[in-house]
Design a protein around this ligand. Structure first.
Ligand SMILES: NC(=O)c1ccc[n+]([C@@H]2O[C@H](COP(=O)([O-])OP(=O)(O)OC[C@H]3O[C@@H](n4cnc5c(N)ncnc54)[C@H](O)[C@@H]3O)[C@@H](O)[C@H]2O)c1
Length: 246
């Protein structure tokens, strides 16, 4: 068990990559705070963890609200006695090209996808230091390193997540490691594609010829959060079936 006795917060853990990571972290021995705006989904994640014999607790969190982030961190410390791992993973966007991107869309995308990486990290760091160190994982995206059409606000947010990861890693080393995960097309509701031919095109553009599974991203997150990744900080690890190699 690579995360025995660790306490982890995962935002956006009611679904997709966050849920798979909550399950995986718990299997690795961590006690997991499931933070999400979706209470029903968050409770389901907790139930699933408990069914497998793990430990988890849900806190309703809108990561776009500073007060909610404060409560989230305080909840982890109160419930489990400290904090070792913060995984900033929640996001929101509506994919739009430039001329259809409203200021509201831009602002909300950045408020939910980028600003919490700054704010939750700021709130978590004193507690991570209190335990002698820790890990901050940030879910960025292949959008952090390549341009993809029609995602104006999301591109900016995810570019920011990777850049902020580097800055935080420098500032917080050597006690705290900060690493970004850059998923390519992963089979979660976030893909937002109902159209089979659009999924087919995505698969054709992926050298490994399939979508990734949330569990595969969770396995990477578990490795990066563990001491096995003790020499990795300030960088982004791509997990994209080869999507960005061409
Ligand atoms: N699926 C992909 O192909 C893919 C690719 C690259 C990056 N990502 C990134 O992976 C991360 C997880 O996405 P996913 O694919 O699991 O999507 P998902 O839609 O399954 O999960 C996103 C979660 O974020 C939560 N959320 C939304 N707004 C929130 C808010 N204001 N406060 C708290 N929680 C909120 C949702 O309720 C949901 O549970 C995101 O950062 C996303 O940008 C996903």
């Amino acid at each position: 068990m690579r995360l025995a006795d660790k306490v982890a917060i995962i935002t956006g853990a009611a679904s997709g990559i966050g849920r798979a990571t909550a399950l995986r972290f718990a299997q690795e021995g961590a006690r997991v705070v499931v933070a999400d705006i979706n209470a029903a989904g968050g409770e389901q994640t907790v139930e699933q963890v408990k069914r497998e014999g793990g430990e988890a607790a849900f806190i309703a969190t809108n990561v776009g609200q500073e007060a909610d982030l404060e409560e989230m961190v305080a909840f982890a410390v109160k419930t489990y006695g400290g904090l070792d791992i913060l995984h900033n993973n929640a996001y929101w966007t509506e994919a739009k090209p430039l001329l259809d991107t409203t200021v509201d869309n831009w602002q909300r995308t950045l408020d939910v996808t980028l600003r919490p990486v700054f704010l939750a990290s700021k709130l978590a760091v004193p507690h991570l230091r209190g335990r002698g160190g820790g890990v901050i994982l940030n879910t960025a995206s292949v959008h952090s390193i390549i341009g993809i059409r029609n995602f104006i606000a999301y591109q900016a947010a995810k570019g920011g997540v990777l850049s902020l990861t580097r800055a935080l890693a420098l500032e917080l080393a050597p006690e705290i490691r900060v690493v970004a995960i850059l998923p390519g097309p992963i089979d979660t509701p976030a893909l937002g594609i109902d159209d089979k031919s659009a999924i087919g095109n995505l698969i054709t553009a992926t050298p490994l010829r399939r979508l990734g599974k949330p569990e595969e991203v969770a396995a990477l997150a578990a490795f990066l959060a563990s001491d096995e990744a003790a020499y990795i900080t300030g960088t982004g690890i791509v997990i994209d079936g080869g999507f960005t190699t061409q």
